[in-house]
Each structure stands twice: as C-alpha cells, then as structure tokens.
Design a protein around this ligand. Structure first.
Ligand code: ATP
Ligand code: MG
Length: 425
C-alpha cells in the first residue's frame, strides 16, 4: 500500500528480508499490534521491537528465522511465539491463533490457525488488532481499529465478556491502553470489566504485577487507575486489593518520577497499604526492599518539620537506605507525594540543599567509614574479640552517626572515655 510515512516505510523495509524468508517458503507474514497502532497514533519509534504473525507453525518459524537471526529464543514456543534478533532489531513472531476458550485454566491451551483474521479476532482490543500484510503492504483491519483510534475508543474485537473471561488480564491491559493512548473504554467494555472482575483470580501474579507496573510507569496513569477503580477490578488485585483511594493514587503518581519503586510505593501509600506482603507479588529483592523502605520512612518525613530534623537523623536515614538508594531519593518521593496532595514542598527544597552541604562536608556520606577496625579497637582497649568488642564497635558506629566524621585522635579519645566510664560502672 502506498501512502505510509517515510518512518513506517523504513520499518517495513527493515522487516522485508525476514518477511521474504517466510514468503519464499510459502507462508504469509504480517506485522501486527503495537507497531500498527503506534503508527496511527503518530508516536512511532523507528527502532521499536516488532511483533509479527504468520501461518507458519512454531517449529517452522524457528527454522526460518534461524536463516537470518543473530539470536533466537523459544521460551514462548508452546504458545506459538519465537523471538529473534535480526540485524540488531528484535522481533517476536507468533503463529496465528484460532479460537481457544478454556474457562478455568491459568495456562490456556493454544489452538493454532491459518487465517490472520481469526488471529486478529482473538487479540485484546481493536486498536491492537490491525496488521500489515508484508506481501503487498496492505492494512488488514477487520475490526475497525483505525476508526476506533480516530474516535478515541477502546473496545474488544468480539464480545467483551467472552474476551475478558478468556484472558482476564485484558482488564488491566484495558486500563493501561486507556491511559497510554488517551482512549475511552466503550460502555460495554466497562460493563464487562465490572461483571468479570472476579475472574482476575485465575491470572498469575507475575502477569498481574508486570501489567500493572506498565500502567504505573506511564507519565500519567490516571485514566487507567480511574477505570480500575470504577469497575472494582482494583479490589481483585493481590496485595493492593480491597482498598479505596485509587483517585488519590492517580494524583500522586503523576508527580512521582517514573521509577518502579516510587510508583509502587506511591500506589500502596495512597491505598493505605502500609505493610504489604510484597512476596505475594513476587517482587525482586531489590524492588521489595526499596518499596518497603519508602513506605517505612516516608510517613515521618511527609509530616515532619524538615527544618527541625537533626544532622544525626539524616545520617541515620542515610544509613538505612537500601543499596543504590539515597536520602535524596526518599526526599524526591516525599516531595512527589506532597505535590500530588497539593501541599507545599518548599522545605523539601531546603532539605535538599542541606543534604548537599552535608555531602560536601562528609565525603564518605554514602558509605561511612568506621573509625577503626575491630582488631585496632581490641588492641586499643586491651581486650580479646568477643561480646565486649562488639559493644565497643556498636558504640563507635553510634558516634559516627551522631557526630559525623572525626579525626582519628578525637575518635580514639572518645572511645577511651566511654570505655573508662563503662569499666568503672
Ligand atoms: P507495547 O507498546 O506496550 O508493547 P503492544 O501492543 O506491543 O504494546 P504487547 O503486550 O507487546 O503490546 O503485545 C503485542 C500484541 O499482542 C498486542 O498489540 C496485542 O495484539 C496482542 N496481545 C498481547 N497481549 C494480549 C492479551 N492478553 N490478549 C490478547 N491479545 C494480546
Ligand atoms: Mg510490544
């Protein structure tokens, strides 16, 4: 088809060699999903990963892409998907799927098909159910995705209740695409989400977590959070479920950086889930720690008079930061929460300036050096390693937090004073 922009032509030309391999072997090859949608949304990224669909079966796909690919992965083969890198770009090529409906299974069985229209019919939304036939570059849009994008509507290709029931994760995807593509859900989609929300139960927490995180990481997830709230789907999300406050979450998330830990903590704090069991969402250890840290430390800073916080408290906060995080991150989080709630963040700025000053004066701020090693302290006090030495080391650590860096003579004198007093008692 003529008339595509230069950018889309460039992507089609890039995909051509791979398409030719399929066509030479007698198969059809379509680019599908996000690339077509984003083209019509004019937010096209020439380097973006491409999804393709074909009538070739997975083993044939694997053999065909191997002719050109630098790397091939087949973890998704059972569901028909082979991933590969060709000339530096990544592709996921999936066998057409035909109707499959398995009510209570977490892992629906997949029925492969021969017709691209059947495949598009079982995709999540009409705006994602468009394809470009690489043989003649024609648009395949049997469900009116282009018109729906034009009208700003999110709808399912077939009947929404059946679609959401087949894969309830689509409820969260609906929220994400409403927010990311500025679409309004069709009324029958909203009704179906409300009716089918309990079905979210059959979806694995990993899929729920990943999809919700994609929503949380949008610049402005408000429309999606609003839909999750309005349909009651939010009450079925593990860990965060059963809570109100999605509205205020939306306000706060907009003003937080698009950092996973901050966005999750922003959501959980708005929903007043203060002690979440994040193991239920199978977070990575780093994410788990960072979220718990923000939830633990932020309440104090959100309400405290920051100007009155002592240096010693700031050093304590610095000492409690998980790996890779700083007190500044905590402040950024607090400032975001406050801004979202319409509160002033002036004293947060002052605090940031103070932290910069402390950092300048205390070069070992992020990784405070203990004054002495255990062996040195044992020698200074004339004691053997044991519980007493442990106490002395703890006391020195406390001294470091209370007073910051000291020169070795001062620290040694303070240690001797403490020790003298202790042995006198
Ligand atoms: P993004 O830009 O966020 O990656 P995308 O449209 O590429 O958007 P993916 O999750 O990568 O989204 O999925 C690729 C395509 O696969 C979608 O456009 C859609 O056609 C189809 N799809 C993905 N997940 C589902 C699902 N759960 N149910 C039905 N179709 C789906
Ligand atoms: Mg994609």
């Amino acid at each position: 088809m003529a008339g595509y922009t230069y950018e889309l032509e460039a992507v089609l030309n890039r995909a051509d060699p791979l398409a030719r391999v399929f066509e030479s072997a007698g198969y059809r090859f379509f680019l599908v999903g996000g690339v077509v949608r984003d083209y019509f949304l004019k937010r096209f990224d020439v380097g973006q990963d491409l999804d393709a669909t074909t009538d070739a079966r997975p083993d044939a796909i694997r053999a065909l892409v191997s002719e050109l690919a630098d790397d091939v992965w087949s973890q998704g083969e059972r569901f028909g998907t082979i991933g590969c890198i060709v000339a530096g770009h990544s592709y996921e090529v999936t066998t057409h799927r035909a109707e499959s409906y398995v009510p209570d299974s977490r892992k629906p069985t997949v029925v492969f098909g021969d017709d691209v229209v059947d495949d598009l019919a079982r995709r999540d939304f009409t705006v994602n159910a468009m394809a470009i036939d690489m043989a003649d570059r024609s648009l395949v849009d049997p469900f009116g995705g282009e018109a729906d994008l034009e009208a700003g509507v999110l709808r399912t290709p077939l009947e929404p209740e059946a679609s959401l029931s087949e894969d309830p994760l689509r409820m969260l995807r609906a929220a994400r695409f409403c927010a990311s593509c500025a679409l309004s859900p069709a009324p029958d989609l909203v009704a179906a989400m409300t009716a089918e929300r309990d079905r979210l139960e059959i979806v694995s927490v990993e899929r729920i977590r990943d999809e919700l995180q994609k929503l949380l990481l949008l610049d402005d997830p408000a429309a999606g959070l609003g839909l999750i709230d309005a349909t009651g789907v939010g009450r079925r999300v593990p860990v965060v479920g059963g809570c109100d406050g999605w509205e205020s979450a939306a306000r706060r998330l907009r003003t937080l950086p698009t950092d996973p830990a901050m966005r999750w903590a922003g959501l959980l704090s708005a929903l007043q889930v203060v002690r979440p069991d994040l193991r239920l969402l199978k977070f990575s250890r780093d994410l788990d720690r960072a979220v718990m840290w923000l939830l633990r430390e932020a309440p104090e800073l959100s309400t405290a008079d920051l100007a009155a916080l002592e240096d010693r408290r700031l050093r304590e906060l610095a000492g409690g930061c998980p790996a890779g995080r700083t007190v500044e991150d905590l402040l950024t989080f607090v400032a975001g929460l406050r801004a979202g709630d319409g509160l002033s963040a002036d004293d947060v700025d002052q605090m940031a300036a103070r932290l910069a000053g402390l950092r300048g004066r205390e070069p070992d701020w992020d990784d405070p050096a203990p004054f002495f090693s255990g062996l040195e302290v044992a020698e200074m006090l004339g004691i053997e390693p044991g519980p007493e030495l442990g106490r002395a080391m703890n006391w020195l650590a406390g001294l470091r937090v209370a007073e910051g860096p000291l020169d070795a003579d001062t620290a040694a004198a303070r240690l001797q004073d403490w020790w003298a007093q202790r042995t006198r008692e």
